[in-house]
Each structure stands twice: as C-alpha cells, then as structure tokens.
Design a protein around this ligand. Sequence first.
Ligand code: ATP
Ligand code: MG
Length: 362
Amino acid sequence: SPHLTGPQTYSIACIPADGIGPEVISAGVKVLQTLSDASGAFGLDFKDYDWDSERYKRTGKYIPDGGLESLKKHDAILFGAVGAPDVPDHISLWGLRLAICQPLQQYANVRPTKILRGTESPLRKTTTGDLDWVIIRENSEGEYAGQGGRSHRGCPWETATEVSIFTRHAVERLIRFAFETAQKRTKKHITVVTKSNAQRNGMVMWDEIAAEVAQDFPNVQMDKMLVDAMTCRMVLQPQSLDTIVATNLHADILSDLAAALAGSIGIAPTSNLDPTRQHPSMFEPIHGSAFDITGKGVANPIGTFWTAAEMLRWLGEEDAADRLLECVENVCGRGILTRDLGGEAGTKEVTEAVCAEVRQSF
Ligand code: ATP
Ligand code: MG
C-alpha cells in the first residue's frame, strides 16, 4: 500500500575511476550518506563500478559487456574523473565519459558557477554574488561529434578533418532547455554564445534557432555574444551574465574559465542531463584526475559535494540539495579550505567538517 511505503530510496551508480576520482567520490558518498541518515527524508543505495584506466589497460575496455545496461537501472550516476598518464586522453574520454553520455542521451551539460562564501575570486573587486552563472553546454554533437578522418599519414600533405555536426533537432532541444533553466532563475537572462561571424553554417543556424526559441520565452531576456568577446565579458563584467548557452567546444572552454574565476577548478560541479528522464543522468566534478596530487590527501572534495547537491536536486530532493550547499558554504566561511583555495586543510578535514555541519543543521 502506498500509505505504508517509507521514504524513497534512490539507487546511485558510483564510477570513481582515475587519479583523485576515488578520493573525492568516497568523500562525496560519506557526505551524502550523512545527509540521508540525518534527514531521514530519503535513502541512498550506492553501487560501485570499477571502470577505470587500469581496467582498460588490462582488458582493452573501460566498460565491460552489458555494463551500460546495468547502468541504466540506476536513478543517477556519480562519476569521479577519468584519465591516466599512460593512456592518451582521447582514448579515455571516448572510452568512458562519452561512452556513457552518448547512449544515455545526456544531451545537456549543466555547469553552475558561483563564488562560495568564504572563498575568493582571482578577479579584484569581484566577490560572492557578483558571479553567479549557469553554463549550459551542448553535450551530444557539435565539434566533439567525432566526425572526420586522416589521410596520407606521415606525408607532408597528410590531411586531417575534424567536422562539427550541428542538427536542428539537437540544437533546438538544447537551447530550449537553456531557456527553461534561465526562466527558473531570478535574473531571467540568457546569453547565447556562438562564433557566427567566422563560422557561417552551424553557428548561423544556432543564432536563428535561438531567435526562434526566444519567441516562446517572452519573459527571458536574451543577448548574443561571440565566444572571443565573451571571454572578455566574463572577466570584466561578471555581474552582467546569468545563464549562458554554448556549443560543446565553446562551453567546455568557457566553463573552465568560469571555474577559475570563481576561485578554483576544485569546487565546480557538472551535470550531464537527459532532460527527458528516459535514462539516468550523470553528475561529476568539473576537474580531471589530477595525478599531480593523487594519493596526497589534498584534493578539494567540494566539487564533488556540490555535484552531489545537484544530483539530489535532479532527483527531486531540493531541500536536501540546498541544505548541503549551505553547509559547504558554512565550512568555507569558517576558513576550512584546501590548498587550491588558499587554505591548509586536507580532503578528510573538509569532509568531516561538512559531515558535522550537516548533522548539526537538523
Ligand atoms: P583532464 O584532462 O581530465 O581535464 P587535467 O590533468 O588536465 O585532467 P585536472 O585534473 O582538472 O586537469 O587538474 C588541473 C590542475 O588542477 C591539477 O594540476 C590539479 O593540481 C588541480 N586540481 C584539479 N582538481 C583539483 C581538486 N579537486 N583539488 C585541488 N586541486 C585540483
Ligand atoms: Mg583538463
């Protein structure tokens, strides 16, 4: 009987993968479990998948046969980072991350960025509240469609093509999702980024589709930027931006810039969403495997905590998501910061402080 069912339990697939991935994911799981126990509002059931570069080197595959099918049974996927010094980056990226995002139709990549209380932007005079953005990145085609080829290998006339694919279907669904996101935010402002002065096919189609979609959102204010000018605006007038939508390549670059302007690449989250909710969505910190700091206990886990909050939000646990982010900001505000944010705390200290804050908040 529905009257007797307890709080909902979500099934979460964890793919910690490489480098600092396992360190930050285990910190994230600890914080999520603490939040679930303390709130009693929902349950979490974690299942670990050991899909990493070691497996690739051993077996030639990141994802074993049938792996995707079992992944599809979960409510959400929590992902660490992929990439190893002895595996070419394009192999690991296509072997694991894109091999999940593409078949699971996670076509919208969402990257919120803000300056957390108690942390600093490298921009002079830019503080908490001056920079509060969400970047929506096209995650299914564009410059990373994998189309192209090479001929005449090794010859001086060797030629490589890297073809960008833009389809009306994919561009429209993404821009529509971005407008819906903008509409839910306070400022109701969207910046559509292209390079339609130099790229006269796909980028001009983007501009046209954006203008069409904008008609359906009369209360959202839209402006257009070329990607090069956009980098200047992000640095010089961060207050003038809110929701930003861009192609796979452009948003990839802009979101790293955004993370750095907000203080550190170690704090920022990413959601790979299937807005149709046919398949589970995947949540990951924006940073990579960071082998230079792996095993040292200094990785900033906040990117994963924020990621965990975004995952809860997508699952419908808004209150828990807001509470978690609030607790993270309280801990930052008390100066418990990792080295990348100018502090001295390790992963463990920050994790324990956030867990304590979560328990205390109830
Ligand atoms: P990828 O190719 O997967 O993006 P990468 O090595 O190019 O990986 P990152 O792994 O993101 O890039 O790391 C860039 C630098 O930022 C690293 O040298 C690392 O010191 C620092 N860094 C990344 N993530 C964190 C983190 N969570 N905490 C502290 N420092 C970090
Ligand atoms: Mg990188």
